[in-house]
Design a protein around this ligand. Structure first.
Ligand SMILES: Cc1ncc(COP(=O)(O)O)c(C=O)c1O
Length: 418
């Protein structure tokens, strides 16, 4: 297919190579199961080790991971959940199904992550959970968030869809909150052949619930009453699970289960991708460094901050410009120069579904100002060739020069007027 853009946005966030083709070949030419087998187990073990979590449970997408994570909260009517507006809709969409109070917390203009200073006043004795994202791959200020939430018994979900490969003071997203979710969608830092997701957590009882739910079993409470020869007919080999079924009783049902099993092909590729994750993220960092140099050379533009002790995974490259006219002109200039820009994300509290639930303008002034006036994204993914990165750097320099009328001042970050 003819590519319209010299520098495409990231429809593919990763690179599939020999290693992935090799494991797929091994799998297909063996007689092993194609569902719920050894590759899934190996991928989950390696993933848990990588992020430093006790449990890693794979599922079919980041969206499903979030649906399940939110189910684990057992939210009841009247409960409150504080969320970030600056994320993809899947981060909080399951809350639309529940009769709970959602509070949108404004963001830090330096990182676009949830601002702990804005979080504190939103917490009440009805707050049950906080859902945040590590925007673009830059870990949120988790020390501050956990310090506010831990003593109040509030559960924190970190949507780590962007942050695989990031580092937070020597720890990794996936082990910084109570529950973490990941996406292996085609655009993400690694992919499991286009779709896939993971949940990481510490609690054994939650891991057991996730295991059941994703495996078409009911998310319920069970009591084991022990083998009772009177109640259970002797199990014959063809009576699948008969012993287990007769050996326990259901004492409550939260939800019906579903089938969210990651296929063996997806897991095998995921394992190979995880092996090369650091190299893929380094490539993102290199591209981001080159873009930062250009942005810093213009006082009317500003790079986002990377806090001390944090390593960004650059799922997205984002920077800010001075005002709306400049942003709109820059979008046109970049488009004409063959750079595909995909702006991410429209503040969720202003989407029709959340406005229908009573949310609206003024609720998160920082998120709104940045989105409508200053927010810019650029392509930043390891599939870009060196020549495409050079093109991107030249196009950005020329576009910023054209819209600001300024000549670039290399190393001029300190003069930023944004
Ligand atoms: C922040 C965030 N959360 C959740 C998701 C949903 O992941 P998936 O596309 O795997 O369902 C995405 C992705 O696309 C995302 O960017």
């Amino acid at each position: 297919m003819q590519q319209r853009y010299a520098v495409p946005g990231g429809r593919r966030g990763s690179v599939i190579g020999e290693r992935e083709l090799d494991v797929l070949g091994q799998l297909v030419s063996s007689d092993a199961t194609l569902s719920a087998g050894g590759w899934r187990e190996a991928f989950e073990e390696a993933f848990a080790r990588y992020v430093g979590a006790r449990h890693a449970l794979s599922v079919t997408s980041g969206t499903v991971a979030l649906e399940i994570a939110i189910r684990l909260l057992d939210l009841a009517p009247g409960d409150e959940v504080v969320v970030t507006p600056q994320t993809f809709q899947a981060s909080i969409q399951p809350l639309l199904d529940l009769n709970v109070e959602v509070r949108f917390c404004d963001i830090d203009p330096l990182t676009l992550n949830m601002d702990p200073a804005a979080l504190e006043p939103l917490l009440t004795d009805r707050t049950r959970a906080v859902i945040l994202v590590h925007y673009g791959g830059c870990p949120a200020d988790m020390d501050a968030v956990m310090k506010l939430t831990r003593p109040r018994g509030i559960t924190v979900i970190e949507d780590s869809a962007h942050a695989l490969g990031a580092d937070y003071h020597g720890r990794r997203p996936g082990s910084l909150a109570d529950i973490s979710t990941f996406s292996f969608h085609s655009t993400k830092n690694i992919t499991t052949l286009g779709e896939g997701g993971m949940i990481t957590l510490e609690r054994d009882d939650w891991a057991e619930r996730v295991g059941r739910y994703r495996n078409n079993e009911v998310d319920g409470d069970y009591v084991r009453h022990g083998a009772d020869p009177g109640a259970a007919p002797a199990a014959l080999p063809w009576m699948m699970f008969a012993d287990e079924i007769y050996d326990r009783a259901c004492s409550g049902i939260r939800n019906a289960g579903t089938n969210a099993t990651m296929s063996e092909a997806a897991a095998a590729v995921g394992l190979a991708q995880l092996d090369r994750l650091d190299e893929l993220v380094e490539r993102r960092r290199l591209i981001a460094r080159r873009l930062d140099e250009v942005v810093s050379a213009f006082p009317q533009a500003r790079t986002l901050a990377v806090p001390e002790g944090v390593r960004h995974a650059y799922h997205l490259y984002t920077f800010l410009v001075h005002d709306r006219d400049m942003r709109d002109a820059l979008l046109r200039e970049l488009d004409e120069r063959g750079v595909e820009v995909q702006l991410r994300y429209f503040p969720l509290h202003l989407t029709p579904e959340w406005r229908f639930r009573g949310h609206g303008p003024g609720e998160c002034p920082v998120a709104e100002r940045l989105w409508f006036e200053q927010h810019m994204n650029l392509p930043c993914h390891p599939g870009l060739l060196d020549s495409q990165v050079d093109h991107l750097v030249d196009a950005l320099t020329a576009a910023l020069t054209a819209v600001t009328g300024a000549t670039p001042n290399p190393g001029g970050a300190a003069a930023a007027a944004v």
